[in-house]
Structure formats: C-alpha cells, structure tokens
Design a protein around this ligand. Sequence first.
Ligand SMILES: [Zn+2]
Ligand SMILES: [Zn+2]
Length: 556
Amino acid sequence: MPQPRVQIRSRRRAPLHLLPLGGCGEIGMNLTLYEHRDRWIAVDCGMMIRQDLPGSPLQVPDLTPLETLGIAPEALVITHGHEDHIGAAAWLWPQWGCPIHATPLAAGLLRSKFAERGLRTDAIHVIEPGEAIEIGHFALRYLPLTHSIPESCALLIQAGERRILHTGDWKLDPAPLLGAPIDADIYRAIAPVDLVVGDSTCAPEPGHSRSESEVANALEEAIAALSGRVVVSCFASNLDRVLAIGRAAERCGRRVSLMGRSMERMVRIAQGLGYLEDFPALVPVHDLGYLPPDEVLVIATGSQGEPRAALSRLAAGRHPHFELMEGDSVIFSARAIPGNERLIERLKHALRLTGVRLLDDTHQPALHASGHPYQDELRTFYDWIAPCNLLPVHGEARHQQAHQALASEMSIEAPLTPRNGDLIRLDDQGLHLQRHYRLTPRIIDQDKIAPVAGSGGESTARHDQLFLAISVAASGWGWTRIGRLMLDDSHASPLDETELADRIDECLDDIQADSLAELREALYPDMMAWLADHLHRVPEVHLQIFAVETQAAVGK
Ligand SMILES: [Zn+2]
Ligand SMILES: [Zn+2]
C-alpha cells in the first residue's frame, strides 16, 4: 500500500537584522539597530570627538539610513553611562521621541544632559541590572558585567527563537571597586547563544587586563610615597578610579578636592545614587590654601591635554585658587587616547616647567588599567556563553580583525568585520552582509547637527564622493601611516590605491603638525592636487584621520 506523502516543511525562522551606525571601524559613537519582523530597537547612542577637525567637535551617528528606510526605533536601550554609549542621545533622540531604558547611573547622567539641552526627561526609564523588558518583538534582559563604571550590562536579546548577547563594554575584573565581580553562572546558564555582538577594543592584547583593585593599590603606594601637594588626573567617567583615588587620599591623610565640570557632575550623580559612600568629604578648591601641602589631593580632568580642561589651566598657571610649584606631584591615571599624544606631551612639558614631579603609566604601568577584555578574558567568556556566531564591534578594523581571528581559533563563525552602515542579516545560514548604506559624518556645530564641511553631506549626495580614512601614529619626528587606506568611493574613474598611498606617505614625511587637525589641514590640499592630476573629475572628498596606538601604548 502506498504510503501517504508526508510533506516535511522545515520551519524557517524569521531573520534578524543588525545595522550598526557607529562603533565599527572606530572606538566611539556606538549605535546599533536591531530589527525583527519589522520592529526596530536601538542599542546605545554615543558620540566621539573628532580630533582631526579644528576645535575638536563632537561627532554623532548619521541617521540617514533610518530616514531612507522610513523607520524609527521603538526604544533606545542603553548598556552603560560612558560618553561613547550615551553622548549623542540628547542630539538624536528628539528625532525618535521613543522610551529610553537605562540603569540608574546612566539614566542619571542622561537626565542631566537632557536637562542641559532643555529636553524633557520623562522618556528616560530606569531598569536595574538583572531585570527584563519586552519591546516590540524583542525580549531583553540586562545582565551585569564588570567595566570601569558601575551598572554596565550586557543585553540578552531574544527575537523569536534566536538569542543574541550584545556585550556592551566589559572586562573580567575579579576585584572591582564598585559592584560585584561577574557571576559566571548567569552567563553559563544562557549558553549557547546564536550570536555575540562583542567588544573588540583590546582583542589584539594577549593575557588578562589589570584589575581596578590592583590600580587602587598602586595609586595608594605612589601617593603614600609623595610629599607636597598631589594632583591626580583621570577620566571622570572612570568611577572606580575616582573612588580609588579618593580612598587612597584619605588613607594617606590628604583632603580631596575636585577640579573640572564633568568630574563634579559624575561625583554628584554617583553620590546621589548611593555610590561613593566611602568617598571622603570634599574640600572646595578655594579652601585648599589653608591646608598644609602634604594634606592636599586634587582629582582633575584633563589627562588628554585638552587645552580648556583643569590640568592644562593648572599647568599654565591660569587657575585662580591653585598654583602648582616645585615639590608638588601630578599623576596621570588614564591612557593616552591615540591622537592626543602631542597635546599630552605639550601638557607634560608645561607641567615640568613648573617644577612638579610627574608620574604616569609609562614608567609605572600599574597606575592604569583598561576597562576592556584581553584575549584570555574573551576566551573565558566565550567558553561560558558558547556563541555560534560573532560580530566584532567596538573597535578599529585591526581590533575587529584580531577579535575575528580569536573567534575562528575557538570555532565560532565570524565571517564579517562590520563597518558602520552595513545592514547585516542573521538567519539559519548565519551572518551575511545584505547591503551597505553610505554615511556622511555629522558633527555638532554651534549647537546643531551638521555635516562635516567638504564631506558632501550638504548636497544630496548625487555627486561623486570619495571617503578616505587614514590611520596614523605619532612618532618622535612626525606622523607615520599605519595599515591600509580605507577607501569608499562612488567614483567611476579607477584610482590607483598604491600610488595614492605612496603620495600620502611622501607628504607625511614633510609635514610638521602638532595635532591631527593640523595634520589634516596640511595633507588635504596635497591630496586634492594629486586627485586632480589623476582623475578626470575631482570628487567631493571626505578625509578622516584616525590615530592608532603605537607599541609603546599597548596594554592600556
Ligand atoms: Zn565603556
Ligand atoms: Zn565604549
């Protein structure tokens, strides 16, 4: 008897789409959109500083692809309170008006930024680490991680039957100063995940990052050995570090004062939330003169040599209540962000002229630690969550590639190193690049979002455009190009990349520039002249110069 024909239909699961508009190919400006069955959410909304443009303006993600697709996210979900994850929200969110979900500290920082711009803050909702929420076709759970600011969370995103872990920023700190160490069981319990969208910042670094407790001990030892007044500079957003410095000051019999608006804001908001309970009572800067020098410690912003920040004002003798002098010490407890090396050198030179003693992590590496995972941490974490696929984000191309290589070593599928503007599909066959949307850089200019001059964003992009990004490293005598040119052009005429790269290298040999902005200004006309010689029609050119860390700076 013939058997009835049974039709076996494979259950096809609806795909998921990802669209990063920031954070890929760069460190900063994180924004990733997720789509499932036509419903969208946005994760993080950060900014970055364009050190290669005059005045170092803020850059925010370009939302044009969303306008082209006619979509707005139903919610903005924030992983943690760092500027590269929240700094653009007060600029971009008004276009969406959607609910924002953030942990208490990130929510407090966002509220303060929104209030500064006169925006209503009732869309900002607090979610505690460990809690879950449903938005559109997504179910999300906030999973606590360690980083350099409390309440950092990974997001477990469930879309249909697929589960994605969007890590945000993290490290495996066995002894963080604020909050608990990572609970491995939480992560083992979610294994295996279909996809991890992961932090690539320190993927080229072998070994394990330093714990914040180790830095706290090193700082205390360093401060205990010093006489005279002590100024310690770090990022305001590194709250673990701010606490470590405060505690060390108290143990060494010093009173603490804060310098810098962002430092004051961070400490005020964190204290309001019950963090920093054992932070010493603060002394106003104008009262420091009444204290003996050995009882003074100042925590100041400006570790990157920013000319308007507290430390530069001190170095230039422009602070009304505090003058540095011989016998005082300045400790740098922050990494040098690539591209700032020369500004930092200039600051250190000015500080030396005042006769102060300088301490930094070049000679005492334990004075700083990275907030991002090194290779051993990535391996341990991926052993816990057993991801099938990896999408390496939060990094420059070389960080993403190192992350990709580590994944393939662990038999995790990682076919892509995404760029901003890539529409990526995750389906039963894995990850694919579906299409690429060209983005135009947007900066904040006179309180408004504007395209970078000369980037072609002013017109409707009908013209030929050429986007060129160059990575450089500062060296003793100037700037050296690192890696390949990153070219993206709609230009019909062929362009000889090797010849262009050679020309750029020749120019770099001749250019004397103290900052990326000066370098860009000097390089641009030469490059335009070369293009005019080699192409029939000169396109609109957007040039972006990234600085990369040199060997000496590795391990930050
Ligand atoms: Zn972070
Ligand atoms: Zn980040």
